[in-house]
Design a protein around this ligand. Sequence first.
Ligand code: ATP
Length: 217
Amino acid sequence: MNNEVMKIPQATAKRLPLYYRFLKNLHSAGKQRVSSAELSEAVKVDSATIRRDFSYFGALGKKGYGYNVNYLLSFFRKTLDQDELTKVALIGVGNLGVAFLKYNFLKNNNTKIEVAFDVDEAKIKENISDVTIYHMDNLEKIIKENDIQVAILTVPANVAQTITDRLVESSIKGILNFTPARLSVPPSVRIHHIDLAVELQSLVYFLKHYPNVEEEE
Ligand code: ATP
């Protein structure tokens, strides 16, 4: 990622892809400018937060004018490295893994699952959405050959750490972990955990206990 992102607070950085997606839609619809109130309504982030976020990008909205859509778009494209395709490896071609292979990430951002891995011979012979599925024995070799820096983990939890260690050894820089396992990685590797069961449970809990309260920032 671009160095500029490093200076932006992490909470702001996490909202960048959301802003980017919406601004792209505005741009395609031929809109030249957008107000923080319009943005707020569309992305469901309060307008004070949007103004603060945008001030980090040097985008200062003008009263009565709003923000220039082209300026913001080119900033986001550069900051999110959208000019460069990020190649991703998927590890574990089970139900969830297959869904990711079939999902077109390129539709919304410049990332693409380039290769996939499994240990099940029956799956290795397959080819889903033009993505070749390799045996785990070839993990290090294929990752190196394809210059892959990001991996998605959709394997059973009990094998997740061993695979993570191999990915770290192969110089992977980021891991999106969909297993319930809490993984250890060195500080040079970024890991994001998405446990779908926990997210769903948390949603149900909030519905029950905070039915009308907006989540705090
Ligand atoms: P999912 O959890 O994605 O819905 P599932 O229930 O079909 O998948 P799991 O048992 O969770 O199956 O396994 C997910 C995938 O991970 C399977 O395709 C399985 O063959 C694969 N897998 C299991 N062990 C390993 C391993 N050590 N390395 C790579 N892949 C593995």
